[in-house]
Ligand binder design. Structure first.
Ligand code: ZN
Length: 221
């Protein structure tokens, strides 16, 4: 097999295919610019040929470049640090539950590269530190813009809130509909996948857990 350092190819327009992607550390703070649009476009063209299409017909001419821009957007979270949104905290003595409900998001299932979308609910019990409410939505946005599975998305959000805020408890509930379930395979439109991650008091204390679930689900269901 070819070794990555010795590509068995002539240098030329395709030689960059074998280059390693830039190290994430070198791109801290960057987002869309770090995605190799050319490479995606070439791959999309290949897919079109593979399914029996003519990528040179008029309607498809711009498609590879368009899909490249879309993936750059959908995966921009790969090049961003979600924790950065939780660095600016405010000191507050408030120690009751803070809940942001119905944070909408759209992510990409890493098994099919099809979108899954829905709502995230983030609750936490501060221990002297609170964060601007919009920052929690930014965390969801960043973590969602990566190839994901819903379970890991949920856990990553909870871990970030717990570690960055040092909260006494964190509860994250995510509800989403997966296109890979609704438009292909078993084709079950309307199915909803619910995942949760409970940390600290919400994990150990039954009444705290019941309270946060009541706040998330109460009234509307
Ligand atoms: Zn899937």
């Amino acid at each position: 097999m070819n070794s990555p350092s010795q590509p068995d190819r002539n240098p030329g327009s395709l030689s960059d295919e074998l280059e390693d992607p830039p190290a994430p550390a070198a791109n801290a703070g960057l987002s869309i610019g770090t995605v190799d649009h050319e490479r995606i476009a070439r791959a999309v063209r290949e897919i079109l040929i593979a399914v029996g299409e003519d990528p040179d017909r008029e309607g498809l001419l711009e498609t590879p470049a368009r899909v490249a821009r879309m993936y750059a957007e959908m995966f921009s979270g790969l090049h961003a640090d979600a924790g950065i949104h939780l660095k600016k905290v405010f000191t507050e003595t408030y120690d009751e539950v803070v809940l942001i409900r119905d944070i909408s998001f759209c992510s990409m299932c890493e098994h099919h590269l099809l979108p899954f979308s829905g709502m995230a609910h983030i609750g936490y019990m501060p221990d002297g530190k609170v964060v601007g409410l919009s920052k929690l939505a930014r965390v969801v946005e960043t973590v969602a813009r990566r190839p994901q599975v819903q379970e890991r998305l949920t856990e990553e959000i909870a871990n970030l809130v717990e570690s960055e805020l040092g909260a006494k408890g964190v509860a994250v509930v995510v509800e989403a509909s997966h296109s890979c379930m609704t438009i292909r395979g078993v084709k079950k439109p309307g199915s909803l996948c619910v995942t949760s991650s409970m940390k600290g008091k919400f994990r150990t204390n039954q009444s705290s857990r019941a309270e946060i679930l009541q706040l998330i689900y109460g009234e509307r269901r």
